[in-house]
Design a protein around this ligand. Structure first.
Ligand code: SDX
Length: 440
């Protein structure tokens, strides 16, 4: 039975197998699909359910983020993403995700100070960067350094101590931005720039990336607002692949820094957070509107592994609300930096228009997702494509730590250990001669 008493059991599902009837409780969600509790199925019926990719499986009970994929709705703790993007700021959203309510002015001011004082890294961590090749992908540095933090902050590894959990969370969020900026500086051969505590989270990130020892980067309000909105939009997204990775790693009792490093690794994939870099590189490869048809045919062909990057989503079968907001931000950022008629933005909008009127995309309900426009904005701000997923990871430390905390504090939490649908060899005697079907 889930911990949330407000989840009333409305009825049971009856499963009839070989004249046996199994009753499985159904729990009512506060929003969206109800769930069938199958946790007793194996002990009652000696059966597993089978759901590769977890397309119909709820892995946990959560109160943090709600998505309605058919209507294109995204809410953090009940607040619509459009309102938060418009009226809130990233650190307020971090506080909302982790603590469940919007902080009052006093609480927010205090929380911002708590996060800001964790932006510095132990000086020895600089040595980690020296070990990377200059052309290492910045996500490789994010994974490596995030995991290494556990050796420097040994006073916040006890996951059963609420204060240590909160401190670890604040360190991860604050330091992810400094590590991300350092990875960028290292990859372009520039000296690291220290954080400045009189700046906001987003201003500080831009300062650490674009200031250098010779001159201060002037943070424009338009750019820092765009940066902050991008962080808000990427902060959490229910039980996506990287968040599920963090929850699974955390379920074994691993320390928070190791769990978040696992999340960074999973996010890196081009089917997930790596799609923002892949989408911009795809648009650059398509090059001109006259090639759109050719690439759409590639995306539709079963024989071609090519997918339209930044399109499609496991949950959204409608326009990703975050993509709508990013499309609007695109225009003000490009105008602000003086890019008129950006050919890549024009190409992206033309590609979207043609795809959304194409039978294949309509039938499969494939729409632009969060990664389709974000790269165009980040490139206009001055980031190279390799930094796009780093920025996604910095934002997602909010959701990862909020979901990790919720899991640790869940009284029914246990180690995640799925079973399998086994189709391998039956028992064999050692030395049994078998023709090897495939030579690897
Ligand atoms: C993120 O889960 C999250 O919430 C993730 C995320 C978050 O905030 O954490 O929202 C962030 O990861 C967004 C998604 C970024 N990825 C991409 O843009 C990569 C391109 N998209 C696809 O790889 C795909 O759409 C996925 C991975 C996003 C979703 O894949 P699913 O849910 O497993 O769907 P599927 O692959 O089963 O697709 C269903 C059908 C398939 O055709 P059929 O086998 O049914 O004939 O649609 C096709 C797919 O081939 N399809 C595409 C396509 N996406 C799906 N065909 C062409 N181009 C695409 N982009």
């Amino acid at each position: 039975m889930p911990k949330n008493k407000s989840t009333s059991k409305i009825k049971t599902a009856k499963l009839i197998i070989n004249k046996n009837t199994y009753e499985l409780p159904i729990y009512n969600s506060t929003e969206g699909e109800s769930v069938i509790d199958i946790s007793k199925l194996h002990s009652q019926a000696k059966l597993f359910t089978y759901d590769p990719g977890f397309t119909s499986t709820a892995s946990c009970e959560s109160k943090i983020t709600f998505i309605d994929g058919d209507k294109g709705i995204l809410r953090y703790r009940g607040y619509n993403i459009e309102e938060l993007a418009n009226k809130s700021d990233f650190i307020e959203v971090v506080n909302l995700l982790i603590y469940g309510d919007l902080p009052n002015k006093e609480q927010l001011k205090k929380y911002k100070k708590l996060i800001t004082r964790h932006t510095l890294l132990h000086e020895q961590i600089i040595n980690f960067f020296q070990g990377f090749r200059r052309d290492a992908h910045p996500m490789a540095m994010m994974v490596g350094v995030m995991g290494a933090l556990s050796s420097f902050y040994q006073d916040t590894l006890d996951i059963n101590d609420a204060h240590q959990r909160q401190e670890a969370t604040r360190r991860i969020i604050a330091k992810s931005s400094t590590i991300g900026a350092m990875a960028y500086k290292y990859s372009i051969g520039q000296a690291f720039v220290s954080p400045k505590n009189n700046l906001s989270f987003s201003e500080n990130f831009l300062h650490m990336c674009f200031s250098n020892t010779a001159e201060e980067y002037k943070v424009s309000p338009v750019i820092s607002k765009a940066m902050d909105t991008i962080f808000i939009l990427h902060a959490d997204h229910e039980q996506n692949a990287s968040t599920s990775t963090v929850r699974l790693a955390g379920s074994s009792g691993a320390n928070p820094f190791a769990c978040i490093a696992a999340g960074v690794s999973s996010l890196w994939g081009p089917a997930h957070g790596g799609a923002n870099q892949a989408a911009l590189e795809m648009l650059e490869e398509i090059g001109s509107t006259k090639n759109i048809k050719k690439y759409l045919n590639k995306a539709k062909s079963k024989k071609d592994p090519f997918k339209l990057m930044g399109f499609g989503h496991r949950v959204y079968k409608n326009y990703d609300p975050r993509a709508k907001i990013l499309k609007k931000i695109c225009k003000n950022v490009l105008a602000h930096v003086g890019i008129k008629n950006d050919p890549i933005l024009k190409l992206a909008m033309e590609l979207e228009k043609i795809a959304l009127n194409d039978k294949y995309f309509i039938e499969k309900k494939l729409y632009p997702n969060v990664d389709f426009y974000s790269g165009i904005i980040l490139r206009a701000i001055g980031f190279p494509p390799e930094m796009f997923t780093v920025i996604f990871a910095i934002a997602r430390t909010a959701g990862w730590t909020a979901q990790w905390t919720e899991m640790i504090e869940d009284p029914i939490q246990k180690i995640g250990r799925p079973r399998q649908y086994y189709t391998g060899n039956k028992s064999l005697k050692y030395g049994t001669k078998r023709s090897r079907k495939n030579t690897r």
